[in-house]
Design a protein around this ligand. Structure first.
Ligand SMILES: [Zn+2]
Length: 143
């Protein structure tokens, strides 16, 4: 079990969590690209173990998700699906991206042509992501 200790850019928000095996996921959807100016890199953690302190603000970005950020410095903290409160923690909060390895690339067909992630991880298109994650009635909307 890895213990993860992270913080936002200014240090006002601290995040602790544990993970059996931290894995990294990248999302290239339009909203993640606007939010982060690139891709949103997240790290998996045991949902029960996550603790955050400090000035956390949330933005409801779709019918099924919200995005949290530091109210002082604006650092992205997590993407959370609201039906189950599962938080995908921003990998950048943690030293060495929590030591995780890249496993999934979401919305791979939305990635700009000018850059790419190396490696053999799984790549899912927008249609595959929506089939996997979106509630039936909102499929087709954005993430
Ligand atoms: Zn901050």
């Amino acid at each position: 079990m890895a213990e993860l200790n992270g913080q936002c850019m200014c240090g006002a928000v601290t995040v602790r969590a544990s993970a059996c095996e931290p894995v990294l996921r990248a999302c290239h959807c339009d909203m993640c690209r606007r939010w982060t100016s690139g891709m949103f890199l997240s790290v998996s953690a045991d949902p029960e173990s996550i603790e955050a302190d400090g000035p956390v603000r949330s933005y409801r970005s779709s019918d099924w998700a919200e995005r949290a950020f530091c109210d002082i410095c604006g650092s992205a903290l997590w993407y959370m699906t609201t039906h189950d409160n599962v938080r995908n923690l921003a990998a950048g909060l943690f030293e060495n991206a929590a030591g995780g390895s890249m496993t999934f690339e979401f919305y791979s067909d939305r990635k700009p042509r000018g850059y790419a992630l190396a490696g053999d991880h799984r790549r899912l298109t927008e249609a595959e992501c929506l089939a996997m994650f979106a509630p039936e009635e909102t499929a087709g909307d954005n993430a």
